[in-house]
Design a binder for this molecule. Structure first.
Ligand code: PAF
Length: 272
């Protein structure tokens, strides 16, 4: 990959990069489409990154439908797929990790210790290998985006981070590779994540400004579904991810909910 990138850079090609863990869906397609539109060359990485999974998480069973992923990339116009091995990315003796302070311990970081250190480390490595002009991430992983933006600035990595809106199924469920784990019943219950975000928006539009009140209403709605267990419901500042007491235009409302054994996340920026 580094040899190819060197040649592309010598030919003055602009490079767009979409880092993924595979199990690609229409959310990834929208990132790829945008990259292809903006750049001469689009690189997609497919790498299920072991260091961002906790010991009891789903690293082993994470879906790896490589042939489907390759055909989705081909159809979407991807120029290169970077598909490294675990030992290629983390050779024996690997010792260097990237940790973005404060931002990594909030929200998902509370229940997934070490997750964002794993994400920041692999994304920094991928940026060093691919040296993209622009990299594309989904708004669904809002905290990941904030952390990667901070890391790129702090480590002087010259990449533009482009954030693309969440793609949803017709009922509102945000597309996620982990939706594959859901049973038919759980899939119905999972609609409550986006319903709760729509409720937050409705309350804000009708004048509610107290974050605690909005959070309580969202929690009540989510808990009304049989298979749900709330990890968090939060209203936070979109830049530093700290909780806000009174909501303001553009603040981030984020949820993480277990549906049976599957943990799903979603968020919206509250506009009213
Ligand atoms: O969002 C993801 O799929 C992963 O966290 C990423 C950015 C590819 C790093 O492994």
């Amino acid at each position: 990959m580094q040899v190819i990138i060197k040649r592309l850079k010598a030919d003055k090609k602009t490079i767009g990069f979409v880092p993924t863990m595979g199990a690609l869906h229409k959310g990834h397609s929208s990132l790829i489409r945008r990259s292809c539109k903006d750049n001469d060359i689009t690189v997609v990485s497919i790498f299920v990154n072991p260091v961002q999974f906790g010991p009891d998480e789903d690293f082993r069973r994470y879906p790896r439908p490589l042939n489907n992923d390759i055909s989705l990339c081909e159809k979407a116009g991807v120029d290169f797929i970077f598909y490294p091995s675990v030992s290629g990315m983390y050779a024996a003796g690997f010792k260097t990790y990237v940790y973005v302070e404060e931002l990594s311990n909030l929200l998902c970081g509370k229940s997934r210790p070490g997750h964002f250190q794993g994400v920041a480390t692999v994304v920094a490595k991928l940026f060093n290998i691919v040296r993209p002009d622009s990299a594309y991430f989904g708004q669904k992983d809002a905290q990941q985006v904030v952390i990667i933006k901070r890391m790129a600035v702090d480590l002087n990595i010259p990449v533009k981070i482009r954030v693309i809106p969440t793609v949803r199924e017709r009922g509102g469920l945000a597309l996620s590779s982990r939706n594959l784990y859901l049973s038919r019943e759980e899939r119905k219950d999972a609609l409550v994540l986006s319903e709760s975000l729509r409720l937050a928006k409705k309350l804000a539009v009708s004048g509610a400004r107290n974050a605690a009140g909005i959070i309580s209403a969202m929690k009540r709605l989510i808990s009304s579904k049989k298979s749900t267990r709330i990890d968090y419901v939060a209203v936070v500042d979109p830049d530093n991810l700290k909780p806000v007491k009174r909501i303001s235009d553009g603040c981030l409302t984020a949820v993480a909910v277990w549906i049976g054994k599957t943990r799903l996340i979603d968020n919206i920026c509250l506009r009213y």
